[in-house]
Design a protein around this ligand. Structure first.
Ligand SMILES: NC(=O)c1ccc[n+]([C@@H]2O[C@H](COP(=O)([O-])OP(=O)(O)OC[C@H]3O[C@@H](n4cnc5c(N)ncnc54)[C@H](O)[C@@H]3O)[C@@H](O)[C@H]2O)c1
Length: 337
């Protein structure tokens, strides 16, 4: 199978490309490098030992996506390309709607033009907004607490309608909070500018790039007052995509799955675990809540286990060890190499 991976130079995309190649699939990376570097593509090529194809372009450009599908004989698409920061989306909602909806429309239109049917869509636990009960199941009520979350929810609704109309076979994967890196330390999370995610920020403090970690909110209704999330090793997530592609057959319509571990950790618990792994103190500052953040969420993962035969296997220590290996080897990401 030849798989087009939009956003394949990014964090989850690059790990998924490696997992797909390891599973014997041919991959074409399609990315505009708006939040990544071509060096990630080079690192992926070195890791898998083959010249993975790379096309630089905007996924909203239907003609370019169509041409790429035809040129490489693409059978299925994994669509990661999107902006992903909840907090940034609160400041730049227009950019988020234009890019996240535009890239999805571009890809789905190209699929229609070329007769490609199989699509995996990167959704997010952000579609549960502030859940009433945890763990959340795929049947839990959906809403969003940020423009980013709305782009994912609208994307899901659009794909459900397209599948209902018989145009697509789609798996919507609702990721929880990916952390970690490939155990080689060769690829990892490398955002342009400042990350808004806990683990990259924490590692930057450990490297001395910042003097303290700001913990957004210490008065949530959680055991220690800090937000609780379902952290998931990025390699488990990548392997979930391999399983999802294998399970996505013709005429299967639309399936929506939570992809998490089923276990929540608070921000302060993650910091304590990181202090053990890194063998150093992480200075903290407790600051106000961040707009768009929810208090507490983790996944019910039984459906993914049933449908995909997949469960996450790597624990928080492994996530932090692997993330740290990448971060130590690339203190400034790929940019400074
Ligand atoms: N990382 C998370 O915490 C998380 C959680 C849930 C869902 N997701 C979703 O997973 C996907 C991948 O996230 P990530 O963490 O790897 O982010 P990332 O920013 O590292 O990767 C996204 C990639 O898409 C590219 N891109 C963005 N817009 C594009 C466009 N219009 N055309 C072509 N390329 C474009 C970027 O250059 C980048 O390489 C996103 O859709 C994100 O919303 C991420």
């Amino acid at each position: 199978m030849t798989v087009l991976v939009t956003g394949g130079a990014g964090y989850i995309g690059s790990h998924t490309v490696v997992a797909l190649q390891d599973a014997g699939q041919q991959v074409v990376i399609f990315d505009d490098l708006s939040n990544s570097s071509e060096r990630a593509v080079d690192a992926v090529r070195a890791l898998v030992g083959s010249d993975v194809a790379f096309v630089r372009g905007d996924a909203a450009d239907t003609d370019m996506v169509s041409q790429t599908i035809v040129e490489y004989g693409v059978d299925a698409i994994v669509h990661f390309a999107a902006f992903k920061s909840v907090s940034e989306s609160m400041e730049r909602p227009m950019d988020y709607f234009v890019n996240n909806m535009g890239s999805l429309f571009g890809v789905v239109k190209a699929m229609g033009l070329t007769g490609t049917r199989r699509l995996i869509f990167s959704s997010s636990c952000a579609v549960y907004g502030e859940p009433k009960d945890v763990p959340v199941t795929e049947a839990s009520a959906t809403t969003a607490a940020s423009p980013y979350g709305w782009t994912k929810l609208h994307g899901e609704q659009f794909l459900e309608q397209m599948a209902l109309a018989g145009e697509l076979d789609v798996m919507i994967l609702r990721y929880f909070n990916p952390v970690g890196a490939h155990p080689s330390g060769a690829i990892g999370e490398d955002p342009r500018g400042m990350s808004s995610n806990l683990v990259p920020l924490l590692m930057q403090v450990a490297l001395g790039h910042h003097d303290r970690l700001r913990v957004f909110g210490s008065d949530y209704n959680t055991p220690d007052g800090s937000p609780v999330r379902d952290y998931l090793h990025v390699l488990d997530l990548a392997e979930g995509h391999v399983a999802a592609l294998a399970a996505l057959s013709s005429g299967s319509g639309c399936t929506t799955l939570n992809i998490g571990t089923g276990r929540g950790y608070s921000v302060l618990q993650v910091v304590a675990a990181a202090e053990q792994v890194l063998q150093r103190r992480i200075p903290l500052e407790l600051v106000d809540r961040r707009p768009g953040d929810v208090a507490c969420i983790w996944a019910q993962t039984d459906l993914a286990a049933d449908v995909l035969g997949w469960t996450a296997t790597r624990d928080l220590t492994k996530m932090l060890e692997d993330h740290w290996r990448w971060q130590k080897a690339h203190p400034d990401g790929f940019g400074a190499l």
